[in-house]
Design a protein around this ligand. Structure first.
Ligand SMILES: NC(=O)C1=CN([C@@H]2O[C@H](COP(=O)(O)OP(=O)(O)OC[C@H]3O[C@@H](n4cnc5c(N)ncnc54)[C@H](O)[C@@H]3O)[C@@H](O)[C@H]2O)C=CC1
Ligand SMILES: O=C(O)[C@@H]1CCC=N1
Length: 264
């Protein structure tokens, strides 16, 4: 597969690392206006770093766009005459709908929207995907690409903003929960490094339990909460302080913000 990542910033480079780790490309173009910080990627023999988006598009079949929303229309306009019937366009760009992409390049291209998160760099992204009408013929290909770097779910486009909050911003939300747990562990006597080790592996274990068993979180909670024990004591105090409520309100605020951004 010949892949181009147009916009090798935070997300673009995370995708590049994921692709490299999974040997997911025969050649990979990485583009950025100033390429000096990412030249090191050329040490992988099949990676070409350039600021020339047109060259990257011409030499690749799968085009993954990961630029800021304000730059996307200009870049599409710059390369649209090079697009062939073989190209698959994958946009990771927040709030930029398929209809807007079609307005620029036409509906006669395979257009996929995908919303990965930065855990794609370690092959563990939750990635939501949707497509235009023609792109439905390439959705399995897009899923195959992202399944090598985590888990994918095909969703209707109108859920893409919500998916961005839960999956992409979600990385930040979970990081903060892990950090707070780490701070608690330090207060209880662990040094900072061990505290983080305990917090992140316990978090990983909790997610793995649900993924492997398919059970509901409350079923797993029931297995841990000894009557009159310390777990229910802590859990109830967290809820008195608004744990679930504050998470839900944060998610909804994030969603309201993303909808404002889309309107701008
Ligand atoms: N950071 C994240 O976790 C996620 C970001 N997104 C979306 O992905 C997109 C990129 O986000 P980030 O990586 O965080 O932004 P970023 O600002 O780190 O990366 C964008 C990159 O595009 C490059 N760029 C700008 N103009 C260019 C041009 N004409 N040609 C080639 N490259 C150009 C910039 O130099 C920069 O390296 C955004 O639309 C964001 O909404 C989506 C999911 C997760
Ligand atoms: O914070 C943001 O607006 C972008 C979208 C999801 C992750 N970063």
């Amino acid at each position: 597969m010949k892949i181009a990542i147009i916009g090798a910033g935070n997300l673009g480079l995370s995708i590049a690392k994921g692709i490299l780790h999974s040997n997911g490309a025969t050649t990979m173009y990485l583009t950025k206006r100033n390429t000096s910080q990412i030249k090191e990627f050329e040490k992988y023999g099949n990676v070409i770093v350039t600021s020339d988006n047109r060259q990257a598009v011409e030499k690749s079949d799968i085009l993954i766009f990961a630029v800021q929303p304000g730059h996307f229309a200009k870049i599409l306009t710059e390369v649209k005459d090079l697009l062939t019937e073989n190209h698959v366009l994958i946009s990771t760009i927040t709030g930029f709908g398929i209809s807007k992409i079609e307005e620029i390049v036409g509906a006669d291209h395979y257009i996929i929207r995908s919303m990965p998160n930065t855990a794609i760099s370690v092959g563990n992204s939750m990635t939501c995907i949707c497509s235009n009408e023609l792109g439905a013929k390439r959705i399995d290909l897009a899923k195959a690409i992202f399944n090598r770097m985590g888990h994918t779910l095909e969703i209707p486009e109108d859920l893409m903003q919500a998916a961005t909050v839960i999956c992409a911003s979600g990385i930040a939300f979970w990081m903060r929960l892990i950090r707070a747990t780490t701070q608690g562990a330090i207060q209880l006597g662990f040094d900072a490094k061990e505290a983080q080790e305990l917090a992140m592996h316990t978090c990983n274990g909790a997610a793995s339990l649900l993924i492997d068993s398919g059970s509901h979180p409350e079923e797993e909670i029931d297995r841990v909460t000894t009557p009159k024990g310390c777990t229910i004591e802590g859990l109830n105090e967290m809820e008195h302080q608004g744990l679930s409520s504050s998470l839900i309100r944060g998610i909804v605020s994030s969603f309201e913000k993303i909808n404002q951004i889309k309107k701008q």
